[in-house]
Ligand binder design. Sequence first.
Ligand code: PHE
Ligand code: NA
Length: 452
Amino acid sequence: MENRSQWGTRLGFLLAAMGSAIGLGNIWRFPATAFDNGGGAFFIPYLFALLTAGIPLLIMEYTIGHKYRSSAPRSFKRVSKGMEWIGWWQIGISFIISAYYPIIVAWAAMYAYFSFGQSWGDDPTGFFVGDFLQLADAGTFGSMVPAVLFPLLAIWAVVFLILGRGIKKGIEVANKIFIPLLAIIFIIIVIRAITLPGAVDGLEAFFAPDWSTILDGSVWVAAYGQIFFSLSIAFAIMITYASYLPKKSDITNNAFITGFANSSFELLAGIGVFAALGFMANQAGVAVSEVARGGVGLAFMVFPEIISQMPASGLFGFLFFASLVLAGLSSLISISETYIAGIQEKFNISRGLAVAIGGGIAAVASLFFANQGGLNLLDTVDYFINNYGVALAGLFEVVAIAWFARSLKDLQNYANDVSDIKLGYWWRFCLTFITPAVLGYMMLQNLSNDIA
Ligand code: PHE
Ligand code: NA
């Protein structure tokens, strides 16, 4: 067996795993999802999802990666011959994401730059869609290339450089810089946001519990969906990253730390985003619910407007968009590592060649995407990837491991040998019954919504 690369330190692994988990999902997906699904009341299904699916699956993926010391396809193959395709399915999803995720990171980089002169002026929406993306309107399919070409190539150059340097010298070093920096910037932004006039209104709107949602199945589906996406579960990422762990590593503890760090960051983002939205509503004299939204619109249309109204706006604009770049870049690196590791093993080629081929194809795909797709295409692909691609990947994975290979007991013993926290029956119960049931229900619900 080859001499597998390893993380230099435990902290290095944890920061890389957090770097993958903490991404755009925390900053713009979580606040809007929580707000739309019961506000303060959402924390109950959310915590439930974290404890019954998020952390148990993270433990499972860490254990599989650590035990089989392989990329996702070969790890699944080692569980059982017929299961290699599950790894490729997950890698396929990661590959598709890596065709559009860097576009968003590139926009954020441009906006960090625009912040200083505040080039978006007093019409950020018009600027973003018109001047910047050069679309007739947000729904148009048109070319986004002119504005984004240079930053997109620059993002890929950074990713190539980091991945090319390998696990310890590349990914680990990058995350050791990015993640602490991200935490510091984010704390500064949140403190600034909660001290703005109107911040309290925003926080009240965010935390006000709507208990009537608690029995609504779609709210529970939203909670589980958020946890899967947010923890980068079922993307082949955590298996790949865990395959570089040294033999003696506390798997279970690492999973709890990753899970709680990601959720803390999510909560912090919710507070920051809604404090800022409260400020905006206050300036405009409207209710917070009128300005609350998530996604691309929040980052590139609403936030520029908020930032323009803030004192020292150039600096805070830069910090906000720099935080998006750091969060996005560390996630992009993790997505790309899945197929680089996969093809390196499958075709027995050097890491450098795998980076050149895998990263090269992904970079070309992202250019194609930027050229052919408008915002609409981006939204559509994102929707299908998250609602079907990932949900199916999770379902395949957990059904294959728990029901077909029946290997949970083995994995449990394996994890318990190296971990302080001992897994018991509850862990197998979550993965055998709760997670497949929730994912199955999620699929059916999405299907019935989309067909109706
Ligand atoms: N977990 C990341 C987030 O919360 C998103 C992500 C998904 C990253 C898939 C990598 C792969 O934003
Ligand atoms: Na996340």
